[in-house]
Design a protein around this ligand. Structure first.
Ligand SMILES: *Cc1c(COP(=O)(O)O)cnc(C)c1O
Length: 225
């Protein structure tokens, strides 16, 4: 069927560089909207609230890959551990330990990205670049049997200054390129860079994004209730 959402999806897909995967960010949108995107072939959906993702997972098709992209509280990991496909927003060792614990309980190895803080806004979560390096040097997170670190995630500053956004994405890519041989030389799975939203994904993919998280451009503006 031809719909507003399927049209938007096609437009966004047409602009993706080869190898870039689209995460359709569906937070605050009703399951009918997700179903439309699903019917248009979309399989990766991004949500930022645990309860909302759990509810949607219960009613939507089982071959959807659910990506968690919001700030994740340790006490809520248990609700998504049985089915989440990728957690983009890991920002502490404490959270990694909890993912390890819950992954072990349900017998899954859970893929995660380490979220970096590169934006100027103070409100954004994530590790500073030097914190990621010391986390990896310390090593515990690299030997967790139920956690697999598959890359990095970042959000750029929310600004019209393209040069600023450009330099933030470029710095994430440089960090990724330096961490890869140092800590992941024998780990081919460390290959993902989640960067870019509706307003800045064209810039992000020019700087090496492999996952772009696009919401309003597909589903329209969110209505916060
Ligand atoms: C909401 C959200 C997005 C999508 O934002 P749009 O501007 O609607 O594309 C991407 N990433 C994160 C982390 C988000 O919370």
């Amino acid at each position: 069927m031809h719909t507003y959402i399927s049209d938007n999806l096609m437009k966004v897909r047409a602009t993706l560089l080869p190898g870039v995967k689209l995460v359709a960010v569906s937070k605050y949108h009703p399951v009918e909207a997700l179903q439309e995107a699903y019917d248009a072939g979309q399989r990766i959906f991004g949500e930022s609230h645990v309860q909302e993702m759990v509810t949607k997972n219960e009613v939507l098709p089982k071959d959807i890959q659910w990506h968690f992209i919001g700030h994740l509280q340790t006490n809520k990991v248990k609700y998504i551990a049985p089915f989440v496909s990728l957690i983009h927003s890991v920002d502490s060792l404490k959270l990694l330990r909890e993912i390890e614990k819950q992954g072990s309980k349900v017998g899954r190895t859970i893929d995660v990205l380490l979220q970096l803080h590169v934006a100027q806004e103070e409100t954004k979560f994530g590790f500073a670049p030097e914190e990621v390096t010391s986390l990896l040097e310390e090593g515990e997170c690299l030997s967790m049997p139920h956690v697999r670190i598959v890359g990095l995630m970042a959000m750029a500053s929310n600004t019209d200054n393209e040069a600023q956004v450009e330099s933030e994405f470029a710095s994430v890519k440089r960090l990724f390129d330096s961490l890869k041989p140092r800590f992941f030389a024998d780990k081919a799975e460390f290959a993902e860079l989640s960067m870019g939203m509706s307003h800045d994904y064209p810039i992000a993919q020019r700087h090496g994004a492999t996952l772009v998280r696009v919401g309003s451009m597909i589903f329209g503006e969110r209505v916060y209730r």
